[in-house]
Design a protein around this ligand. Structure first.
Ligand SMILES: NC(=O)c1ccc[n+]([C@@H]2O[C@H](COP(=O)([O-])OP(=O)(O)OC[C@H]3O[C@@H](n4cnc5c(N)ncnc54)[C@H](O)[C@@H]3O)[C@@H](O)[C@H]2O)c1
Length: 398
């Protein structure tokens, strides 16, 4: 395992995949004092050149070279879903700590293979970013665990987006290759409600839909999650670029920036595009545009938490608490960096420096994948699915 000498030395970060997610994490890491961007890997020369120029760092065409780079202590993996398992295992075999994007993998067997490589090589693994890292979600978990609003009863998570009509790689429209919302979007909701409700999902009943035969993967879903502690959660996702839940969230977009609502614009832009996959790299990869530091808190649609003594939801700048004596807002501190991603980086730094076990470790990530697969199976088989690999939230690790 790579050793980080002391707290004043920034942790060397390597980024595998300089696409949309990679570009956002690069910005988050550049704003984080605990990290130094040392290297990246991507087969596309454009984002590679932009990264090498901006950080005076190595940029490789292949993950193998990144994994072998001695300046890299942590690898953030933001490659297409089908590469998560091989890239994470390669990083672990080279003694690198790993931040692995959701979903951890596409099968439970691949999650187990990653876990085995991580344990064999004694490296740290965090599955993230997901919106469960959002400061508002963490604050709500703190209030639930502290019993401030009494017993937790239910959680409703709604998100309506442009998902299906953003430019997509071919495999993103093929469920068998990890495409569709069940692997890409719903894991944010699963991770969030698992964190809020304590982690242990008992069973899932769900129905997912494929409503556009020209883009034949799931873009809509309703799921009912029953937790072992009696809490119930509903997850609703609609990715057809009609209604947009950000209309219900103060006109603020997912990452916390003001969002002019423009219904149907993604579908229209896609219809006008010449070449879809190329459009994605041209507009979203690292160097194509610079993701702004958002002025407000990130969120993922509308998340309403119901406890015996009140209800809560993330707001523009914190958490709204609808209590017995009225409404109050808990403002969250505006600290430097990119909220959500900053917490991912903080958790990895704590794991490396102090050995603090992250909440979103490999077993946690596998449990979230198990729920996503159960949603798929429940929808296909028309029945409730019982879960077997769930893990509880360790609030001391949060
Ligand atoms: N947490 C979030 O909010 C969030 C947001 C977007 C995407 N993601 C996740 O990030 C991952 C990537 O998604 P994206 O939207 O950035 O996709 P993308 O297509 O925009 O980027 C993927 C990048 O990986 C590169 N790549 C492909 N094969 C590679 C290889 N073998 N080695 C190195 N790089 C390779 C591609 O060239 C591309 O630049 C997915 O797991 C997705 O679910 C997470």
């Amino acid at each position: 395992m790579t050793q980080t000498p002391d707290k004043s030395t920034p942790i060397g970060l390597g980024v595998c995949g300089l696409g949309m997610a990679g570009a956002v994490m690069v910005q988050a890491a550049a704003a984080h004092q605990g990290y130094a961007l040392r290297a990246a890997a991507d087969p596309h020369p454009g984002p590679r050149a932009a990264f090498a120029r901006d950080f005076n760092a190595s940029a490789y065409a292949d993950m193998k070279e990144l994994a072998a780079d001695p300046a890299v202590e942590v690898v953030y993996i933001a490659t297409p879903h089908q590469f998560h398992a091989p890239h994470a295992i390669m990083a672990a075999e080279h003694g690198k700590h790993i931040i692995l994007e959701k979903p951890m993998a596409l099968t439970l067997a691949d999650c187990d293979a990653i876990l085995a490589a991580v344990e064999r090589n004694k490296v740290q693994l965090i599955i993230g970013h997901t919106h469960a890292f959002d400061p508002a979600v963490r604050a709500m978990r703190g209030m639930i665990a502290g019993g401030e609003l009494g017993r937790l009863g239910m959680i409703n998570s709604f998100n309506y987006t442009t998902y299906l009509y953003r430019p997509r790689r071919p495999e993103e429209l093929d469920t068998s290759k990890g495409g569709g919302i069940l692997f890409n979007q719903v894991p944010h909701q699963i991770d969030t409600v698992r964190l809020l409700a304590g982690g242990m999902v008992k069973s899932v009943r769900a129905q997912a839909n494929v409503l556009d035969p020209t883009r034949p993967t799931e873009a809509g879903c309703i799921a009912f999650l029953q937790f072992e502690n009696g809490v119930a959660a509903s997850l609703v996702y609609g990715g057809y670029d009609y209604f947009d839940t950000d209309e219900w969230h103060f006109g603020i977009g997912e990452r916390g920036a003001p969002k002019p609502l423009s219904h149907g614009a993604s579908r229209r832009a896609l219809a006008a595009a010449q070449e879809e996959a190329g459009l994605r790299t041209k507009t979203q990869a690292y160097g194509a545009s610079r993701p702004d530091m958002p002025p407000s808190q990130p969120h993922f649609g509308l998340t309403i938490v119901t406890c015996a003594g009140g209800e809560m939801r993330p707001s523009k700048d914190g958490v709204l608490v609808y209590g017995r004596v009225g409404l109050r807002e808990i403002a969250l501190p505006k600290s430097a960096g990119m909220p959500g991603r900053r917490e991912v980086l903080d958790d990895m730094a704590a794991a490396i420096r102090t050995g603090r076990k992250p909440v979103h470790d490999g077993r946690w990530g596998k449990a979230t994948v198990e729920v996503a697969l159960a949603i798929q199976r429940s929808s296909r088989e028309g029945r409730e699915i019982a879960l077997e690999h769930q893990v509880a939230v360790d609030d001391s690790a949060r």
